[in-house]
Design a binder for this molecule. Structure first.
Ligand code: NAP
Length: 292
């Protein structure tokens, strides 16, 4: 069997080019550009690189991308005040507070403070709840990016057996809900596994899965003996090894030959997360201007 790469870079470039055409049309008609604001608190090397790629993507999509840097020592009340200010700013369509925030700040309070109509990460309980109920919402960006990647490569999902490893609120939980919902990209039968899933049960599930999505943050977690031939493997993990190399959660070298499709790391899901943020920002903008 010939393994093929699910190329997140190629798919993201395609989606962003499509968005930039729409934006050029809106701007030509006299509207302002879509506007994304990112708040970055303190210094965190991975966050610096994620924020940079979001700003670069904004430029490519024809958006205004605005980065607000705040000091590590900022307290929660001050940060909430900044968020409220942006919530009330009519020129910002989408707001991201780059996670993680420093430990002295309650992350959930920050997520809850972002106006749902600007919550392009899709983490606010209103958007998460609406998404879960199958209603129109900003879908959590990484999970939405995975869906768009599967769609781009015309991977069949309806009726397939999908196993998700990891139940975080930002990846595992939303992707399991989205793929099992009656969405345009969905209608799979999904098993969500986590740290309390007995090893034998995990293996039973992954070995008969058509699609495996792993988001645990452990290099080499998915090994060749865990999957069946022809599996579609989505590796969400981003792990920096001591030698500086960036790897996912899959033992890529040994697992890839067994797959029909697999995402590389880097160049897979990470790129799609940013593309999904662009889609969500465009949606926020279209909502603001009552555009179709
Ligand atoms: P997280 O919040 O740390 O969650 C990890 C999940 O994995 C938890 O639900 C945990 O279970 C589960 N887990 C840990 N060990 C396990 C085991 N032995 N068996 C089964 N499940 C296990 O991580 P996250 O935020 O979802 O991120 C996961 C990885 O994806 C990280 O490498 C992160 O950097 C990466 N990531 C990438 C992107 C992207 O755009 N590509 C976006 C977000 C995250 P419990 O809940 O029981 O603890």
């Amino acid at each position: 069997m010939q393994m093929k790469l699910l190329d997140g870079k190629k798919c993201a470039e395609h989606l962003v080019a499509d968005i930039s055409l729409k934006v050029a049309g809106y701007v030509a008609s006299g509207l302002r550009k879509p506007h994304m604001t990112i708040i970055l608190v303190g210094k965190h090397a991975p966050s610096e690189s994620y924020v940079k790629s979001k700003i670069v993507s904004c430029e490519k999509a024809g958006f205004e991308g605005n980065l607000i840097r705040l000091p590590e020592e900022i307290n929660e009340a001050e940060l909430l005040e900044r968020i409220h200010g942006i919530n009330n700013d009519q020129t910002t369509d989408g707001l991201i507070v780059q996670l993680p925030v420093p430990k002295h700040i309650d992350q959930q309070n920050i997520i809850n403070a972002i106006a749902p109509e600007k919550d392009i990460d899709g983490f606010h309980p209103t958007n998460f709840g609406r998404m879960t109920l199958g209603q129109k919402a900003f879908r959590p960006a990484t999970a939405y990016g995975i869906c768009k990647l599967l769609q781009f490569y015309e991977i069949p999902i309806k009726g397939k057996h999908c196993v998700v490893i990891g139940r975080s609120n930002i990846v595992g939980k939303p992707i399991s809900i989205m793929l099992s919902n009656d969405f345009d990209i969905g209608n799979a039968t999904v098993t969500l596994t986590h740290i309390e899933t007995p090893r034998e049960l995990l293996l039973d599930e992954t070995r008969r899965a058509d699609i495996v999505i792993v988001a645990v943050g452990i290099p080499g977690f998915v090994t060749e003996d865990m999957v069946k031939p022809g599996v579609v493997l989505i590796d969400v993990g981003i792990n920096r090894l001591e030698n500086g190399k960036l790897v996912g959660d899959v033992d890529f070298e040994n697992v890839a030959p067994k797959c029909s499709w697999i995402t590389p790391v880097p160049g897979g899901v990470g790129r799609m997360t940013v593309a999904a943020l662009m889609i969500n920002t465009l949606m926020a903008y279209q909502n603001n201007f009552n555009l179709a």
